[in-house]
Design a protein around this ligand. Structure first.
Ligand code: GLN
Length: 275
């Protein structure tokens, strides 16, 4: 018997191969099926082999193609930004539920936009409202600006380079602050899949020795930048609910702790209101 492949892995790698072949040929993936009997010319074959070699070194498909689908968006990505995860769509859902529940157009701030996936998805799904986002990485900001432009929301999403609340006047008054901050324990990063550990930007993953540095910084200050009744919605690591609840408590600035699980059944998104 041959080597056993874990169930599902074969399908995933087949899908990856199709995405990469379509990328090399400049086609949509579905077009491969319509041309399934068309042989590759030598240059195409060479280009396909080159991307397969990159994939065999564990480079993520999204960095090879430079694209990742998220929510309703087709985003540009490169190694300056974390590849948006499907779980993070739950952060968008929760944030949209908060916005729907409040009267009038809101002011929304995302801390650490990366590719811009979250703040752009929120802007694209909202008819009005003003959207703001910062990231400490100038490289990420460049990508986020391109993505805001191609999603047609660049006029409503204001982006700048900054660390958390730097440069914002307290009392700036946001109705909603969202973030998917770095939350992996520093010592755990090396043991993640090589796709993540070797290729994704460490500053977007590394939450410090206990993984909670971002939450400490955000929870200590966010309430000062929220309007009365404003909400803070955060993605968390699946084992961080209690620690984040304790930090929220200790800051004295919030009430109404609510934690939602993702489709994998893991704690993933926390929502709080300004006290
Ligand atoms: N969810 C990411 C992972 O799979 C971590 C993202 C983050 O730190 N914000 O490792």
């Amino acid at each position: 018997m041959g080597r056993r492949v874990p169930e599902g892995a074969g399908d995933r790698e087949r899908a990856a191969a199709e995405i990469l072949l379509a990328h090399v040929l400049g086609l949509e993936r579905v077009q491969l099926y319509m041309r399934h009997d068309q042989p590759l010319v030598p240059a195409e074959l060479a280009a396909f082999k080159a991307v397969i070699r990159r994939r065999l070194r564990h480079e993520p498909v999204a960095y090879i193609t430079g694209r990742k689908g998220f929510w309703t968006l087709d985003l540009k990505v490169d190694p300056e930004v974390l590849i948006p995860r499907p779980e993070t769509e739950l952060l968008v859902e929760q944030a949209l539920a908060v916005l729907k529940g409040r009267p009038g157009a809101g002011r929304v701030l995302e801390l650490g936009v990366g590719s811009g996936a979250v703040v752009i998805a929120l802007a694209a799904a909202s008819e009005d409202g003003r959207f703001f986002g910062c990231d400490i990485s100038p490289g990420a900001l460049k990508i986020a600006r391109v993505n805001a432009q191609s999603a047609g929301v660049a006029g409503r999403v204001h982006l700048w380079a900054g660390d958390w609340f730097d440069g914002l006047a307290p009392g700036s008054g946001f109705d909603l602050i969202v973030s998917n901050p770095p939350y992996v324990r520093s010592a755990d990063i090396a043991a993640l899949q090589p796709e993540i550990a070797t290729y994704e930007p460490r500053p977007a993953l590394d939450g410090g020795p206990d993984g909670l540095n971002s939450y400490r910084a955000i929870l200590a200050s966010a309430h000062r930048y929220l309007t009365p009744g404003g909400s803070l919605v955060l993605e968390i690591g699946c084992d961080q609910r209690e620690a984040v609840a304790r930090l929220a408590d200790a800051s004295g600035g919030y009430c109404g702790f609510d934690c939602r699980r993702d489709y994998g059944g893991l704690d993933r998104v926390v929502a709080l209101r300004k006290k």
